[in-house]
Design a protein around this ligand. Structure first.
Ligand SMILES: [Zn+2]
Length: 256
């Protein structure tokens, strides 16, 4: 899998470009936020490690399922899990937007007000575009796990997601689901059991009730439980079929 191959691999601009008006202002705001939050110094080459360090510093000992908050006064500068997730989400949104604005093809003319970015201006802010703000694994919530697995799932299906490409023949939905299942043993610390319900194409969580499970039927979307359970090969043992009164199915089976 090639990782974040877009802005990070380019060396800035070699000629001025026209972008949607407000782009420079957005970059300046975003840079200011990162500099303040991560206390970045004047040397952009140090930024990556400064950010990595801050993201990985625990504010209080790990407490499963609870957001960590600064416990002591001296911890006040440390980032809570919630804060880290918000910053990472904002950074992802920022990079996606910048990628869209900078990579417009000539067949896709720019509407509305525009502004010019010079080569010198780009050189000034380019380090911001190369930064990675990833939520460390130990800070992941169930939602974050679902979100990251959806991303990996898309990539495995051959769909470019957030700058990543699979670089191999795409997997089928069932194969990609199986890979997610293999890694869930180590990564699904919140026990959300992601599965693609039969006949569907999205990963769903069992803890939200989005699907139900029968060892014979497999994962069944919450909206399909009745119809799928009616077809279960092992009707007598099917836990989903047991949710319905037997006569509901008898009516279905009755001759017309
Ligand atoms: Zn069943």
């Amino acid at each position: 899998m090639s990782v974040e191959t877009r802005l990070q691999f380019t060396q800035g601009l070699n000629q001025p470009i026209q972008v949607q008006a407000g782009t420079m202002a957005w970059i300046a705001r975003h840079k200011k936020m990162l500099v303040e939050v991560f206390e970045l110094g004047d040397e952009p080459t140090d930024w990556h490690w400064t950010i990595h360090e801050k993201l990985n510093t625990r504010s209080v000992p790990a407490s499963h399922g609870l957001d960590r908050v600064p416990a002591r006064e001296s911890d006040a500068g440390l980032l809570t899990d919630k804060h880290v997730r918000e910053i990472a989400a904002a950074h992802r949104l920022f990079l996606d937007a910048m990628w869209a604005r900078f990579s417009r093809g000539s067949s896709d003319p720019l509407d509305g007000e525009r502004e010019t970015i010079t080569v010198e201006q780009a050189a000034e802010f380019w380090p911001v575009l190369t930064l990675s703000v990833e939520v460390p694994f130990w800070r992941w919530t169930a939602e974050h796990y679902h979100n990251r697995m959806e991303h990996a799932f898309s990539v495995m299906l051959g769909i470019e997601s957030q700058g990543e490409h699979f670089d191999e023949d795409p997997l089928t939905i069932r194969q990609a689901n199986a890979v997610v299942r293999v890694f869930s043993r180590w990564m699904d610390t919140h026990d959300v059991r992601l599965e693609v319900p039969n006949g569907r194409d999205q990963l769903e969580r069992i803890d939200t009730g989005a699907y139900d499970w029968c060892q014979f039927c497999g994962a069944i979307d919450e909206d399909d439980v009745r119809s799928e359970a009616a077809d279960c090969e092992r009707a007598a043992e099917c836990p989903l079929r047991a949710l319905f009164a037997a006569d509901e199915f008898e009516e279905d089976d009755a001759p017309e």
